[in-house]
Design a protein. Structure first.
Length: 99
C-alpha cells in the first residue's frame, strides 16, 4: 500500500453544521470503497490519516466517513487562499493513505 495515490476532481463544499469554519472535499465512491477496504490504522470517528495535495500545496489531514459511505477531508483556509479556490469550485486533488 505504500505509494498509493488517488487523484480526482471534486467540488468544495461547506460543512452544514459549522458553515462559517469548515470547507471539505468529497472522495468519489469508488475510491472511498477502496480506502475503506484497506487494512489501515483507524483513528477517532473511524478516520484515516492521509497526505492531501491541491495545486502545489501538500498537507497532512484525515479522511472522515460520511453516512453514504464516501469519505471527506477538510481544505484549510490557508490552502484555499494559497491556491485561489473557494466553496463551489471544482478542483483536482490527490490523497495518499498514510500507513
Amino acid at each position: 500500500m505504500p505509494g498509493i495515490r488517488y487523484e480526482f476532481e471534486t467540488t468544495l463544499f461547506r460543512w452544514a453544521a459549522r458553515r462559517e469554519l469548515w470547507v471539505f472535499a468529497r472522495v468519489p465512491a469508488g475510491i472511498s470503497d477502496e480506502i475503506h477496504d484497506m487494512p489501515l490504522p483507524r483513528g477517532g470517528f473511524d478516520s484515516v490519516k492521509i497526505t492531501a495535495s491541491l495545486g502545489s500545496s501538500r498537507w497532512q489531514t484525515s479522511l472522515f466517513p460520511e453516512s453514504d459511505g464516501t469519505y471527506v477531508f477538510a481544505i484549510k483556509q490557508e490552502i484555499r487562499r494559497r491556491e485561489s479556490v473557494e466553496v463551489g469550485d471544482t478542483v483536482r486533488v490527490a490523497v495518499e493513505p498514510v500507513i
